[in-house]
Design a protein around this ligand. Structure first.
Ligand SMILES: [Zn+2]
Length: 171
């Protein structure tokens, strides 16, 4: 039986994911409370934020920088409203992996798709409720390789996609 191995894998994923969120939570400090949502800052240089949506850390948005960016806030709020598909998926893959390691291959693509869907949903949430569109000075790369790289190495849909009008169309 591989049950022990499955449980072990699941425990590892939970431990890593939750401790990453714990780190962000305890390293940051709360500067605002919006309803149930705690907004915190981490005082780093980076202009980005992470929505905490795990078992132990919920309804929390941590800005890596030292101030709130309203546009990023709307996007992260969208993440708090959605189920954490990618976490659920990671747990599923961790549990199934001992049955057959070959599932790692399709899992990468499904995981990528789930991330893409979650990011786009959060972008659409910000757009629908607050009319916030993602802004970027990145243009669509001319070369196909560059476009492919933008898709593969970014956890979000590429910047050049997120800023165009069509991205915010319903379908
Ligand atoms: Zn996002």
């Amino acid at each position: 039986m591989n049950l022990e191995l499955s449980l072990f894998n699941v425990a590892i994923v939970i431990a890593i994911y939750e401790s990453f969120h714990a780190y962000l939570f305890y390293k940051s400090r709360e500067i605002e409370k919006k309803g149930r949502i705690s907004i915190r800052i981490l005082n780093n240089e980076e202009e980005n934020a992470i929505a905490l949506n795990s078992f132990f850390f919920r309804n929390t948005i941590v800005f890596l920088s030292n101030e709130i960016n309203e546009k990023i806030l709307r996007h992260e709020e969208g993440h708090l409203k959605q189920p954490n598909y990618i976490y659920a998926f990671l747990l599923l893959v961790a549990a199934l992996l001992p049955l057959s390691y070959i599932i790692a291959v399709p899992a990468v693509f499904i995981g990528k798709f789930l991330l893409w869907k979650m990011e786009r949903d959060a972008d659409l949430y910000a757009y629908r409720l607050y009319n916030v569109k993602y802004e970027s000075d990145v243009f669509r790369p001319k070369s196909r390789i560059e476009r492919l790289k933008a898709w593969i190495f970014d956890t979000h849909p590429p910047d050049y996609m997120r800023k165009i009008e069509e991205y915010y169309d319903k379908k």
